[in-house]
Design a protein around this ligand. Structure first.
Ligand code: ZN
Length: 238
């Protein structure tokens, strides 16, 4: 297995890869969210929930209390697509930094009430509006999580491996593709000498089919206790 060979290279280099786990679109204490939290509990794997501010956050707060390994970040302002083109995004391109900042702050005032809330922002559809980084900085956010950038230190901590495929309806990406994506992510960091750049796993609990749930559980169990891999909480990456 080529992944085993890659892990061997990390072992021989005396390195340990950093993984982190982000799950998007929490809005309420649904059965799917409970199922996700049970997985995180069972494998003692730190989890970051990207929460949409306009949801039923009081019931979410009750669910997250007493789970110090779960972090919460703000997922957009209302998760509405306001773009005309093919690429979705909450903020039209013509919106100014001040317009973004106003919406960001309204959302944060909801999310900050949740246990484990970190002042970080995850834009829906991983869409980074040109004025977003500056607006986040002006509002006092400490970080941004979108898609695909490899970096050893914040403020940007992205996701890199998507459990789901989205074209023609959400479904599990497939076992072979997932293991291959992990191997490619490890290789990219090794070759760049960015051993400590985290690898972000992205899940969407509301969209998982049974194959996605089964793989997620298998991945968490497989990673547990491996010397070449370590899950970290988002707060420990910033
Ligand atoms: Zn989303």
């Amino acid at each position: 297995m080529r992944l085993a060979a890659e892990l061997g290279r990390w072992r021989r280099a005396g390195r340990c890869a950093t993984l982190w786990w982000r799950d998007d679109d929490a809005r309420a204490a649904t059965p799917a969210l409970r199922r996700l939290l049970v997985l995180s509990d069972a494998h003692r794997t730190p989890l970051t929930l990207a929460v949409i501010p306009d949801g039923r956050l009081r019931e979410l707060a009750a669910l997250l209390g007493g789970r110090p390994w779960v972090s919460v970040v703000q997922h957009g302002v209302d998760h509405l697509n306001r773009r005309d083109g093919a690429a979705a995004g909450e903020f039209p391109h013509e919106w100014s930094e001040a317009q973004l900042a106003e919406r960001l702050n309204i959302g944060w005032r909801q999310v900050e009430r949740l246990p484990g809330a970190l002042r970080m922002f995850t834009p829906p559809w991983n869409d980074v509006h040109p004025a977003l980084p500056q607006a986040l900085l002006a509002c006092g956010y400490t970080g941004l999580s979108a898609w695909g950038e490899i970096a050893e230190a914040g403020p940007r901590i992205d996701a890199h491996i998507d459990l789901m495929r989205w074209k023609k309806g959400a479904r599990f990406r497939g076992r072979r593709r997932m293991w291959s994506a992990l191997r490619v992510a490890l290789r990219a960091r090794r070759r760049a000498g960015l051993w400590d750049a985290p690898i972000g796993l992205l899940s969407h609990h509301l969209d998982h089919d049974e194959d996605a749930w089964a793989f997620l559980e298998a991945l968490l169990a497989w990673a547990e206790g491996r010397p070449e891999l370590k899950w970290k909480a988002l707060a420990d990456l910033t």
